[in-house]
Design a protein around this ligand. Sequence first.
Ligand code: ADP
Ligand code: MG
Length: 467
Amino acid sequence: MPVVVPAGREPTALALDSAAALDRDVPGELWARVRIALRQDAGDHSFDAWLAPLALLTADGDTVRLAAPTAFAADWVTSHFADLLRRHWSAQRPAIRRVLIEVGGSAAAAAAGPAAKPAPLAAVRQTLPVDARYNFDNFVVGKSNELAYNAALAMAEPGAPGFNPLFLHGTTGLGKTHLMHAIGNAYLARHPDAKVAYLSAEKFMVEFLAAMRAKDTISFKQRLRSVDLLMIDDVQFIAGKESTQEEFFHTMNEIIGAGKRLVITADRSPQNLEGIQDRILSRMAWGLVADINPADYELRLNILHAKVSTLANRAQVPDDVIEFLARKITANVRELEGALNRVTAFALLVNKPITLEFTRETLADLLRAHEKKLTIDEIQRKVADYYGLKLTELLSERRSREVARPRQIAMYLAKKLTPRSLPEIGRRFGNRDHTTVMHAVKKVEELRGKDPEIDSDVATLARLLDG
Ligand code: ADP
Ligand code: MG
């Protein structure tokens, strides 16, 4: 059956064993972590096509040996991914200098004998820990997310949870998945022997359907229902999927009934989750429902400062660039982070300092897409406001300076900040002639050169309108 992969998929980890119980330097565990990083860097598509089929043969001394299923795949991986593989392996274990790709798949892995301790792929998948990169310490709190943050903290507290389940909702890129992993990590830190499972609702569905086909739903049920903390991400994915919802409902009941913790996220509130069964929604409403809203300017600024301070290459990102990004990239945190990464990575690549101009150039496509269409109307209103005038006064025939000067400034801004022609602008300012607009533009340019007060007024207005 077709599996729909939602846009912006998260790195998915299914953790059914305690992370702390694992030996962090065994090759299978290192390989699991390398694979998380590879998926991030190579992207889902390349990862699934080329890297997922690789099996670990040995990791001894300075060399890692991996098996690819065919000679072609081995060649391809060697020529396209050898460097990436080597980098991530040596990040996990610095002694490693070489990664060799051999042909053979599981047969070769078996032939390598017990000394090689190959990690069977299925086992690797199940022991993937909750993603350690996301924790409470690197989650920046602001007005828009503090309710969700505090609720998440409470979910990781010892003792009986004050509410259950926790339902987090908000549009994409606002930190839902981050908070889930943070809960998992904090909970595991306090309960090293606990069983914690994180999975997307999509994965829940895919695994459930596979278990049905294999006529082995028992072990699927047991696996999930035996955990201490279950986290299911992006539950909107199973809207309209009746048999999966049936199973999901029973899983919820079992977990909550047994006093285990359940955390669920969705891209919208329970009331707005169309296609999800009422009994599931009412179960969710038993617990705490917390929303995450888009970050305001201050939070965006704080997030950028926090990210800059952790940049590996210690890139110098000046404050005006940070403020620029916080002002321009407003949609969500993922995009904000992505923009910062692009600028710092590109600066490193071309070996240039990060300036405002460099940032504008690097992000030109992104910024264009975000540019909101500024209208003459908005300009007139903002200028009238700024000078304490009524809009009708600004557009009137009055020629006294307190009105005429702001009017000229508004015309000037309309010319500079919109693509409108002089005659068009004239028409919008009480049917004035285009020569009047031209004169206003010249006049304001001249005044900016000799009157610092006017210059600063105009700059402030331009910033207000442009932001
Ligand atoms: P969602 O699951 O809501 O779509 P994610 O949790 O995947 O969003 O967040 C997208 C990216 O933004 C992640 O890299 C995450 O670490 C980061 N992020 C989101 N909110 C914050 C925050 N408040 N502080 C720090 N990083 C954040
Ligand atoms: Mg998410």
